[in-house]
Design a protein around this ligand. Structure first.
Ligand code: 9MR
Length: 346
């Protein structure tokens, strides 16, 4: 404790000598206005990379486990669970006073290998899903503040996505999933989470109709997660006004919104990385400001701590540099604008 305090004084001294105010971590700027700034946590990096861990502890007051809660990774065999990663994540988050955003209970990807429609009848699949939700939410009852209950149930054409769950249980699987989760932890805030629904358009309308129906039926849905996996070509559409419009409409339904998976790809064959970093910062700023201005948004989560661990390069085949910290864990221009937005600066 004493050593840590002396370390802090030295840090302060160096900052003073340099004539700068010591920069506050994002989580302190956020906490000062009851806001949550979060990051998705990589299953391996959190175990093996102490610098990554220290950076996450310093900067974020919320964490979303990126993959470790998904049905496939957590359930190696029917009815069996491997809690080693999730238990460790919860202990770590609690030790550092970080809120946990649980991700995800119902999705059509990263399903267990043992789960298929040749082996199980629709009734058995319904029972499997119910048991899964009750088991996972029940185990961490009171410790996970909020859950992505259903993820990406709306297809790009605006209709319900054709998944194993839709085929087995019918459209009602969505309402049931929320009800089971709510029974397992009545205090948890329950989200419907999706991509490409963060600015007005067909997908945003379809998501709106879906949750409007749930609200009208009295289903315990409390919020909508706007993923926001952005690409630089969206710079003109992802304006604070457009994002704000979607947020306000959901507010009118009595729902919260959270930005749940923010990242932005900036690879452009005609322009170098440096030229794109400011553009990226501008869009990050837009997203933060839209959320800060909306009455129902108090959470922005970036989909990874550093570019070194982002899912994007594996997906696009390009570096793309989508996050707040670069491969060496140094802050990028996007970090600076997020700090400014949280500090209330123009
Ligand atoms: O970031 C996740 C990546 O590591 C996984 O390989 C991938 C599997 O599809 O899922 C990624 O996270 C997704 C999230 O769970 C739901 N929204 C889209 C995200 C990016 O694909």
């Amino acid at each position: 404790m004493r050593q840590a305090f002396i370390g802090f004084l030295i840090f302060l001294g160096v900052a003073m000598v340099n004539g700068q105010e010591p920069a506050l971590p994002l989580r302190e700027l956020a906490a000062a206005r009851d806001f949550y700034i979060g990051a998705a946590i990589h299953t391996e990096a959190i175990k093996s990379n102490a610098d990554y861990r220290a950076l996450a502890e310093r900067e974020f007051n919320l964490v979303t486990p990126e993959n470790m809660f998904k049905f496939g990774p957590i359930s190696p065999a029917p009815g069996e669970y491997d809690w080693s990663h999730t238990d460790a994540l919860l202990d770590w988050a609690e030790a550092h006073h970080m809120r946990v955003h649980g991700h995800v209970l119902v999705w059509h990807q990263q399903q267990p290998g043992w789960l298929n429609e040749d082996t199980y009848s629709p009734e058995q699949l319904a029972a499997i899903l119910e048991r899964h939700i009750r088991t996972v939410v029940g185990r961490y009852k009171g410790r996970i503040h909020e859950w992505d209950v259903v993820n990406e149930a709306v297809a790009d054409n605006g209709r319900l996505r054709d998944t194993i769950w839709l085929r087995a249980l019918g459209p009602d699987y969505i309402a049931k999933a929320f009800e089971w989760a709510h029974e397992a932890d009545p205090e948890a805030v329950l989200y419907y989470n999706d991509y490409n629904g963060d600015t007005p358009g067909l997908k945003a309308d379809a998501i709106y109709k879906l949750v409007q129906g749930l609200v009208e039926e009295g289903v315990p849905v409390h919020g909508v997660g706007l993923q926001m996996h952005l690409i630089w070509q969206q710079q003109r559409s992802a304006t604070p006004r457009a994002i704000g419009e979607v947020m306000i409409r959901l507010n009118d339904l009595g729902l919260k919104v959270a930005v749940t998976e923010l990242d932005m790809r900036i690879h452009d064959p005609n322009r170098g990385r440096e030229a794109m970093l400011d553009l990226q910062a501008e869009v990050y700023s837009n997203v933060l400001r839209a959320c800060l201005d909306a009455p129902n948004c108090d959470t922005v989560v970036v989909w990874g701590v550093s570019d070194a661990y982002s899912w994007i390069p594996g997906f696009t085949g390009n570096d793309d540099w989508p996050l707040l910290f670069d491969e060496t864990l140094q802050p990028k221009p996007a970090y600076e604008v997020v700090a400014q937005a949280l500090a209330g600066e123009d």
